[in-house]
Design a protein around this ligand. Structure first.
Ligand code: DX5
Ligand code: ZN
Length: 220
């Protein structure tokens, strides 16, 4: 099943609660929340206080994407704030296995996110223990960048390994996803589609969510 995950990074930050409520009303499946520390990536966004406040505005599952250098130190606080899925990068400083275990201990679902330059096989040792793989289709840090089409092969590689092991791990893609790129990634095996600028800049975000879903479902 295709899940559409609007990325709140492209919302008006003075009205984040309203944006979260709108996305739920418009038929989004999940809310993608980008956490950046100005160190792992060259941008600063939001922390657990904001996630906690957003919980009052929407009952959608929260998919919290940690683009921070020490994810292990912040797992608990984000889980307590209301994160349902917590993604972190193996390129960061925390021990990967320990961080996965901590996420589970805190009652959330662990996901591993990989930057464009990181080969798929980096996450294979953890595949049996995670809920989702997030294949970045842009360099993490900013919304509104162009989709990197050479990431399609990486999605297929991850999908092939998941199938080979008979696992039900989800594949999420993040960066430059639109109705044009959605079929490419869905065909390769992605089933969670994050989209920021495509949805929030659309004249009708609701129609854009529907369009994106149709585009992905037409090939998967
Ligand atoms: C980028 C973030 C993305 C971003 C995607 O580092 O992880 O979630 O919001 O934005 P678009 O869809 O505009 O590329
Ligand atoms: Zn993201």
């Amino acid at each position: 099943m295709i899940c559409i995950a609007p990325s709140i990074l492209s919302a008006d930050f003075s009205m984040l609660g309203q944006a979260a409520a709108d996305m739920e009303r418009f038929g989004a499946d999940i809310l993608h929340i980008d956490v950046m520390d100005g160190h792992f990536v060259p941008n600063l966004t939001i922390g657990p206080v904001v996630v906690k406040s957003l919980r009052r505005w929407a009952s959608l599952p929260f998919d919290v994407h940690l683009m921070i250098s020490r994810p292990l130190d912040y797992v608990e606080v984000f889980a307590k704030a209301g994160a349902d899925v917590i993604s972190f990068h193996p390129e960061a400083e925390s021990d990967v296995r320990e961080t996965i275990n901590k996420i589970k201990e805190c009652g959330a679902k662990p996901a591993l996110a990989i930057k464009p330059a990181t080969p798929a096989k980096e996450i294979f040792p953890y595949l049996d223990d995670i809920y989702m793989v997030l294949v970045m289709t842009v360099e993490p840090g900013f919304g509104g960048q162009s989709f990197m089409s050479d990431m399609v092969g990486k999605i297929s590689e991850v999908k092939a390994e998941i199938d080979r092991r008979g696992l039900g791990v989800n594949i999420e893609v993040d960066g430059g996803i639109s109705p044009d790129t959605a079929p490419l990634v869905a065909k390769a095996g992605a089933n969670w589609l994050v989209a920021g600028s495509a949805i929030f800049n659309a004249p009708s975000p609701k129609e854009m969510i529907e369009k994106m879903r149709r585009a992905a479902e037409s090939v998967s």
